[in-house]
Design a protein around this ligand. Structure first.
Ligand code: KG4
Ligand code: ZN
Length: 336
C-alpha cells in the first residue's frame, strides 16, 4: 500500500510518500519561518496563502523523487487538526480533491497522532504499549499508548505548552522567532548553577504541567540581572534546565505509575539535545528504553502524516469523516 501524506497545520508545508513494502520513498518540507519572522510569530492568513502556493509543486516533486505515478497510490492522508483552521483547510482541500481525481480514499489524521507515531519510521521502532511525551508548540501531553488509536492522556499542560514557553522566553531574551531552537543554542553557552528557576508542579501529585510561571520568573531575573551576553546565556541555561527537569521528572513518574518500560518522545521540543540526554539517563536508571524520531521528524513534517495514514488505511479506514478541526482531543480517537 502506498500513501501520500500532506501536513499543513501551522507554518510548515510537509509532503511525503510512504510505501508499506519499501518505507519512506520521498519527503519534503518547506518552512515558512522567513515569511513570519518579521512579525515575531505565525500570521495565520499568510500561512494559509503560502501553503496554497507551495503544496502542488511540492507534491509534484515528491512524486518525481519517489518515482511514483499517480495511479500507484492507494490513499491520501492529510492533517485534519488540531491547528490553524485556514492552514488545515488548504491541506484538506488539496487532499480531498486529489483523492477524488485519483479515485482513492482520503483520511484526516490527528496531528499529535502523527507526532506520536513518528518514531515508528526509525529502526528500532518502539513496540506497543508505551508512554509518549508529546512536546510541541501547541501541546504538552503525557499519553499512555496501548496501540494505534488507543490513547489515554495521563497529564497535560494547564497553561503554556513546553514549546510555547521556549518561544515566549526566547522573545524575552531578545532572540529571533522561532525561539525554541535559538534559546537551546544560547543555553549551551551558559553556565549551569548561576541562576535557579522553579520546577513548576514537580512537588504536586499527578502528571500535569504548568510552564507559564517560568517566563515570569525569567522576566524577574532579567530585570534584576546585568544585561550582558553571558548573563543571558546563563538565564537561558537555567530556563532549559528547569523545563528539562520538570519534563523528566513527570516522565519518570508516568513510567512508574503505568508500569510501562518504553518512553517515546516526539514533537518539536523533542529535538532538544539537553532533554534527550536527560531522558536517556533517566530511562537507563529505570531499566527502561527511550525512543525518538530523527530530529527532522520531531518537528512538523509530512512523513509522520503519511505513515499514520498508511497505518489507518491499512486497518481499513474509509474516506470521509470530518474535514478539519482546530481543536480535537487526542483521547477521542478510536482504534482503526
Ligand atoms: O511540533 P512542532 O514542530 O510544531 C507544533 O506542532 O507546534 O513544534 C514546534 C515547537 C516550537 O515551539 C519550537 O520552538 C520548539 O518546538 N522547538 C524546540 C527545539 N526545536 C523546536 N524547543 C526547544 N529546543 C529545540 N531544539
Ligand atoms: Zn507539531
Amino acid at each position: 500500500m502506498r500513501v501520500l501524506g500532506i501536513e499543513t497545520s501551522c507554518d510548515e508545508t510537509g509532503v511525503a510518500v510512504y510505501d508499506g513494502d519499501r518505507g519512506l520513498l520521498a519527503h519534503a518540507l518547506y518552512s515558512q519561518i522567513p515569511l513570519h519572522a518579521e512579525y515575531g510569530g505565525v500570521v495565520p492568513e499568510l500561512a494559509s496563502r503560502d501553503h496554497i502556493r507551495k503544496l502542488l509543486p511540492m507534491i509534484r516533486a515528491a512524486l518525481a523523487e519517489a518515482g511514483a505515478a499517480p495511479d500507484s497510490f492507494d490513499g491520501i492522508a492529510y492533517t485534519a487538526g488540531p491547528g490553524l483552521v485556514g492552514a488545515l483547510l488548504v491541506g484538506a482541500c488539496f487532499a480531498r480533491a486529489l483523492a477524488f481525481a485519483w479515485d482513492v480514499p482520503a483520511v484526516g489524521i490527528h496531528h499529535m497522532e502523527g507526532h506520536l507515531l513518528a518514531p515508528m519510521l526509525e529502526t528500532p521502532r518502539p513496540a506497543f504499549p508505551f508512554v509518549a511525551l508529546l512536546v510541541s508548540g501547541g501541546h504538552t501531553l503525557l499519553v499512555e499508548v496501548r496501540g494505534v488509536g488507543r490513547y489515554h492522556t495521563l497529564g497535560e499542560s494547564i497553561d503554556d505548552a513546553a514549546g510555547e514557553a521556549f518561544d515566549k522566553t526566547a522573545k524575552l531574551l531578545g532572540l529571533p522567532y522561532p525561539g525554541g531552537p535559538a534559546l537551546a543554542k544560547l543555553a549551551e553557552q551558559g553556565s549551569s548553577g548561576r541562576f535557579r528557576l522553579p520546577r513548576p508542579m514537580i512537588d504536586r501529585a499527578g502528571l500535569d504541567f504548568s510552564f507559564s510561571g517560568l517566563k515570569t520568573a525569567v522576566l524577574t531575573l532579567l530585570k534584576n540581572a546585568p544585561a550582558d551576553a553571558q548573563t543571558k546565556a546563563d538565564i537561558a541555561c537555567a530556563f532549559q534546565e528547569a523545563v528539562v527537569d520538570t519534563l523528566a521528572s513527570k516522565c519518570e513518574r508516568a513510567l512508574k505509575q503505568t508500569g510501562q518500560q518504553r518512553l517515546v518522545v516526539a514533537g518539536g521540543v523533542g529535538a532538544n539535545r539537553a532533554l534527550r540526554a536527560r531522558l536517556r539517563q533517566m530511562t537507563a536508571q529505570l531499566g527502561a528504553e527511550v525512543f525518538y524520531p530523527r530530529t527532522e521528524f520531531c518537528t512538523d513534517n509530512g512523513a509522520m502524516i503519511a505513515y499514520a495514514g498508511y497505518v489507518r488505511l491499512q486497518a481499513g479506514a474509509q474516506h470521509g469523516g470530518m474535514a478539519v478541526a482546530a481543536r480535537w482531543p487526542l483521547d477521542s480517537l478510536a482504534a482503526p
